[in-house]
Design a binder for this molecule. Sequence first.
Ligand code: GLN
Length: 190
Amino acid sequence: MKVGVLALQGASARHVDMLARAGAAPVEVRTPADLDAVDAIVLPGGESTTISMLLESSGLADRLAARLADGMPAFGTCAGMILLGREVLDGRPDQRCFGAVDVTVRRNAFGRQVDSFEADLPVEGLAGGPVHAVFIRAPVVEAVGPEVEVLATVDGRPVLCRQGPVLVAAFHPELGDDPRLHELFLSEVV
Ligand code: GLN
């Protein structure tokens, strides 16, 4: 099972480390040929507007849209969650989102005062206690479709969601020392 990590911009390196720890064979994805060679993909945090532009200029955007529409498993974190959602609010008008999970996501939604924060999140169905989650200018999920499972919330707002083989987190599970969410993703891939 080859798992790709989109490596155009943002926090890809720690995802590669986590996936390797969780038992996968991670490879960085920068070109359509790289994408063709993987069975699943992680879209990291970073700046969703920039990643969206780079997806277009690298020729990856349409290929990625087609793979996701075909049911390729995907794990999007922070900016990656924005890209995998169905609708983005407070985005740039030309920023792309792929609709792999039926969520409406608002960028930078926790506001300036709490730009970045950490929280211990109980995750539905995850053994071993809460996940220590780092939020960095995080998006929030404002609406979820009927097929979406909400696995964790902050102040009643969804921050970890799953729809079929697609997992999205508003935070950065690749930071810190806890591979359980990467393992959860891989358990859906295999
Ligand atoms: N604020 C960023 C965006 O809108 C996401 C931040 C992150 O990925 N840490 O894309």
